[in-house]
Design a protein around this ligand. Structure first.
Ligand SMILES: O=C([O-])CC(=O)C(=O)O
Ligand SMILES: [Mg+2]
Length: 210
């Protein structure tokens, strides 16, 4: 399989409408999962590496050899502001694929954040700079940088298929993947779930004081 050249990925990257991403960004991942028949939820072992991290944006997909971050360095040259870099890293927990240096570069580029089917490091510093990162583990062990890697291809992420341009939403419950073609319909359905749960919660609280 050949690797598409970076310029082609940037030109052809099928990103979703920005307003749909903004609507999904306001919703809990749990409500979005419920709105997709409770599917599209990545492995629950993939969690925020600092408390309160959340992100939403179009997926810029990376496949990498486990424990190797060449693909992330390449992605930093091709991703656009607002993108979420989604890394299929084989579930490796032994080597951190990124830390605060890559986090700082992502801030410069205006990226929304990273979700890793692999590990991260420098978790405290990532929290201090406010760069959202979701990972399977944290470890001080650093990555190799030799590849191979692939950008902009379909990947499996935490057991969920991800195409470039699918919408990623992640919060303190974990990571959900919304297929790009369904994003507007899922936003409608998830807003309805959120409204219903808000009303039911208010009713539970009202009952308490009776
Ligand atoms: O050294 C690396 O490639 C990963 C790392 O810790 C950083 O990005 O800060
Ligand atoms: Mg570091």
């Amino acid at each position: 399989m050949t690797t598409p050249v970076l310029e082609d990925i940037d030109a052809e990257f099928p990103r979703p409408a920005r307003d749909v991403v903004e609507r999904l960004a306001k919703l809990p991942a749990a409500n979005i999962g419920d709105a997709m028949d409770r599917l599209g939820v990545a492995d629950s072992a993939i969690q925020a590496v600092w408390p309160g991290a959340r992100l939403a944006g179009p997926a810029f997909t990376v496949w990498t050899r486990p424990g190797d971050n060449q693909g992330i360095h390449r992605a930093l040259q091709a991703a656009r502001p607002g993108d979420v870099i989604v890394v299929a890293g084989g579930g490796d927990e032994s080597r951190a694929l990124l830390g605060e240096l890559i986090g700082e570069r992502a801030i410069t580029l205006g990226l929304a954040g990273f979700v890793l089917d692999g590990a991260a490091r420098d978790a405290e510093a990532l929290g201090e700079i406010g760069m959202p990162v979701f990972a399977r583990a944290v470890t001080p062990a650093g990555p190799y940088k030799n590849g191979p890697s692939r950008l902009g291809t379909p990947i499996a992420f935490g057991g969920v298929p991800v195409m470039p341009g699918d919408v990623i939403v992640a919060d303190s419950d974990g990571v959900v993947v919304i297929p790009r073609e369904q994003a507007a319909a899922v936003a409608d359905a998830a807003e309805a779930v959120f409204a219903d749960e808000t009303n039911r919660r208010a009713a539970i609280i009202a009952d308490r004081s009776k």
